[in-house]
Design a protein around this ligand. Structure first.
Ligand code: NAD
Length: 257
């Protein structure tokens, strides 16, 4: 049994992880962290997340005994929480270069898994698009289109960036030099560009399409998350991995082998 605590336990993803952990006998949910002075402080986590009474209480800090923390909050809160100094799974997206450097520094003394998308499917799609991009070469124009619910804060999604980086890697290019984020006005396509586009609306859990446009054919790979449970299950898998890992920075590729 892995003893875990969820940081950001009152959020959409936090609650999904709480429910998934309560339903999985191989995890013991021993705590959940909510924002300082939040009205949820002291609430029963199961009840807070619509699961029913769990006997686990929302607090301001994680319990000492947690073997792994699972964090889905904001970039600022995630950077602050590195001070907990515990093995952690970070699902928060939109971290700045500086915040990512802080995560890297913290990972010198504790194991940390950071993954903008915890789903098994997306991480396999990443491998596929990297290989396709390398094999198809620059004659094929690549565009990524992602869609998320109306409350998502960061754009493009961390997953779109993960896929874009894999495509750039397949072509041995630096993403910063070839990425184009949306187009407006006079904006002819340059060879080798990777176009990235974000749609926002309604309750979309997460959709990603990668299209390779050739002159005589088009190849489209798409992934659609049907529920947040797929991310929560991946996060629990990562928590089991990180609880037993050496200090270092890991990705879902390490978790999934
Ligand atoms: P949300 O707004 O529903 O939840 C975020 C929660 O964090 C809120 O409840 C907020 O109160 C809490 N929070 C903020 N500051 C805090 C602090 N200092 N201490 C404790 N809690 C704090 O958002 P969400 O939809 O759950 O998404 C959260 C993050 O996870 C986003 O960055 C999102 O992009 C990312 N996400 C990642 C994956 C993945 O697979 N990696 C999947 C879905 C969402």
């Amino acid at each position: 049994m892995t003893r875990i605590a969820v940081v950001g336990a009152a959020g959409r993803m936090g609650c999904e992880v709480v429910r998934a952990a309560l339903e999985d006998d191989s995890f013991e949910l021993i705590g959940g962290v909510v924002e300082p002075e939040a009205p949820e402080l002291g609430a029963d986590l199961g009840e807070l997340c619509g699961w029913g009474r769990s006997g686990v209480i929302a607090t301001e800090d994680p319990p000492e005994k947690a073997e792994a923390l699972i964090e889905f909050t904001t970039p600022e809160a995630t950077a602050e929480h590195l001070a907990y100094g515990k093995p952690a799974v970070i699902g928060t997206t939109g971290l700045s270069e500086k915040q990512l450097a802080e995560v890297e520094r913290a990972a010198r003394s504790v194991p940390i898994v950071i993954a903008p998308n915890m789903s098994v499917g997306v991480n396999l799609v990443r491998e596929v698009v990297r290989e396709l991009s390398g094999k198809l070469g620059r004659d094929y124009d690549v565009e990524i289109v992602e869609a998320h619910h109306r409350n998502k804060v960061d754009a493009p999604s961390g997953t779109a960036l993960l896929l874009a980086r894999a495509i750039a890697e397949g072509r041995e290019k630096d993403l910063d030099e070839v990425a184009v984020y949306g187009r407006e006005g006079r904006a002819p396509r340059q060879q080798g560009e990777i176009g990235i586009h974000a749609l926002r609306g309604g309750a979309v859990v997460g959709e990603h399409r990668v299209v390779f446009y050739g002159l005589g054919e088009e190849i489209e790979i798409s992934h659609r998350a049907l529920s947040r449970r797929t991310f929560a299950t991946g996060a629990l898998r990562a928590a089991r991995f990180v609880a037993g890992a050496e200090p270092g920075l890991y990705s879902m590729r390490d978790v999934l082998g």
